[in-house]
Design a protein around this ligand. Structure first.
Ligand SMILES: [Cu+2]
Length: 153
């Protein structure tokens, strides 16, 4: 008896999910993208320099925790994620091998906080693409903006 009731409940839930899915009650379009990258930008390297910084926002719209394990782009030989930690009185950059993003959370890579360091960077004329690699094998691609270094940085 108990088993039968369980099966019935399960079946109803399944039908309910199908009906909801077909009737347009699914999550809003912006939430259907599991991982969103926005505001991706890199600093135009100073003349004669090939090391520069990059920034982006990453939003996890999925139901599960996701881990960013790497970042790459055609315009740089190597890209590292860095974080800033206070050591004594000084702020020091430290490599950040990976970063967990909770369901529904957004992480921001920005000037003065977590950021990307690009090594052997060479800007292309056409828009370049930032590739954010996740532990689950997904690679999220986002176009970069190039921004000039400003005094405030
Ligand atoms: Cu750095």
């Amino acid at each position: 008896m108990f088993l039968i009731r369980c099966q019935t409940v399960f079946f109803c839930a399944l039908v309910g999910a199908l009906v909801l899915g077909l009737s347009g009650c699914a999550p809003a379009p912006q939430d259907s993208t599991p991982y969103q990258v926005s505001n991706a930008s890199i600093r135009t390297p100073l003349p004669g320099r090939t090391v520069t910084a990059g920034y982006f926002d990453f939003k996890n719209n999925s139901d599960g925790i996701v881990t960013i394990v790497g970042v790459s782009s055609d315009i740089a030989k190597r890209i590292e994620m860095h974080t800033i930690k206070k050591v004594g009185e000084q702020m020091r950059m430290r490599p950040l091998p990976e970063l967990d993003v909770e369901p529904g959370a957004q992480v921001t890579f920005t000037s003065g906080g977590k950021h990307l360091m690009l090594f052997d960077a060479e800007l292309a004329e056409s828009p370049s693409i930032l590739k954010i690699e996740l532990a689950n094998g997904v690679v999220v691609e986002a176009p970069f903006q190039h921004t000039e270094l400003i005094d405030a940085d």
